[in-house]
Design a protein around this ligand. Structure first.
Ligand code: SAM
Length: 164
């Protein structure tokens, strides 16, 4: 029993160390900004919102309530459980990937939402360009370096990527 508890403690410590080292800290988007982001993205019923770093699933839940489908990718396993519990009612409309979004297949999506950190934005820009899709990205607080936002409201920046 002591061994089990020790293994659990070591496991949790490793998970937290990994999240602290590689992920953005967890901080939820404010409700007003979450609404603004979805308005700026302007996705239609049944379209798929991809949330990179979905936190506690608040934005995902709002999107689901608005009739969107959601793919939520989250690194922190505890937050994955929270997302799973909070969106249980919409389980057919949401795909939860408990994974690192830099190395995971994003699947099909029609728009992206992020609230990350400044240091991730250039890498994110490159990754979206590589997908060669026409896609809107809404980012709360942090901008894409060297790119002019197509729209900007309540601290949410909208970028329209065009397939080349
Ligand atoms: C600032 S929080 C935002 C949470 C949520 N998107 C919101 O707006 O309420 C950033 C989240 O991204 C997650 N995250 C950071 N890097 C990640 C990565 N590489 N893959 C998956 N999730 C990541 C963190 O664990 C954290 O929950």
């Amino acid at each position: 029993m002591l061994e089990g508890a020790l293994l659990t403690a070591v496991g949790l410590t490793l998970v937290f160390a990994f999240v602290i080292l590689f992920g953005a800290p967890y901080l939820p988007t404010l409700s007003k900004q979450a609404h603004t982001a979805l308005e700026l993205l302007d996705l239609k019923n049944g379209q798929v919102l991809l949330e990179l770093g979905a936190g506690d699933g608040s934005v995902a839940l709002l999107a689901l309530r608005r009739g969107l489908k959601v793919t939520a990718i989250e690194l922190n396993p505890l937050l994955c459980v929270v997302i799973w519990l909070r969106t249980w009612r919409y389980r057919r409309e949401i795909t939860i990937k408990c994974a690192n979004f830099w190395t995971t297949d994003w699947g099909r999506y029609d728009g992206i939402y992020v609230f990350l950190l400044d240091k991730f934005m250039k890498r994110l820009d490159k990754k979206i360009i590589q997908t060669r899709q026409t896609i809107p990205l809404a980012s709360y607080t942090f901008t894409i370096p060297g790119k002019k936002a197509d729209d900007n409201r309540d601290g949410v920046y909208l970028y329209r990527y065009k397939a080349k």
